[in-house]
Design a protein around this ligand. Structure first.
Ligand SMILES: [Zn+2]
Ligand SMILES: [Zn+2]
Length: 160
């Protein structure tokens, strides 16, 4: 399922640009290409095996997974489908065919692109995570408690 090294996108705390890194031996900082600010990182052996248990940026263990849908492709497809719809009035059984095609392409893209993992605390994004099956979907209550009251769940999923 995972291909290549773990890919990490950190958000620069200075300028909010994305800093793209992969686990690197002996690296303790990731430098922002835009403003040269350095973010502290610490990699463990697990990170080199694409296993994500602890965030290399904030050392928290609370993550969620999210579908990695390419917004730009989505917008382009929607525009194309809308144009087809406007110019053809392609109703079949009362449903526009162009919208069915869009829905199918959308479904295909969602299926093809593996989900990304995001750190609740520092919002770092992780791709090619081998243990993705262990990671839960976004939990609103966990997010609120981590972001607003700095709660640490230590990797324990809140059950509901
Ligand atoms: Zn920066
Ligand atoms: Zn983090």
């Amino acid at each position: 399922m995972s291909e290549g090294p773990l890919r990490i996108t950190i958000t620069c705390t200075e300028c909010e640009s994305g800093i793209n890194i992969t686990p690197t031996k002996n690296a303790d900082v990731a430098k922002c290409d835009i403003c040269s600010h350095e973010e502290a990182v610490s990699f463990s052996e697990e990170h080199f095996k694409n296993i994500l248990k602890e965030c290399p940026c904030c050392q928290r263990k609370d993550f969620y997974k999210q579908k990695d849908f390419n917004r730009k492709i989505g917008v382009v497809l929607f525009v194309i489908a809308s144009i087809i719809y406007l110019f053809t009035f392609d109703y079949t059984y009362g449903i526009p065919v162009s919208l069915i095609i869009l829905w199918l392409v959308d479904l295909f893209l969602f299926k093809k692109i593996p989900p990304v993992v995001i750190c609740y605390k520092c919002q770092s994004i992780f791709r090619s995570v081998a243990n993705i099956e262990e990671i839960y979907d976004f939990n609103h209550e966990m997010n609120d408690r981590i972001i607003y009251s700095d709660h640490n769940f230590h990797g324990e999923q809140l059950e509901h």
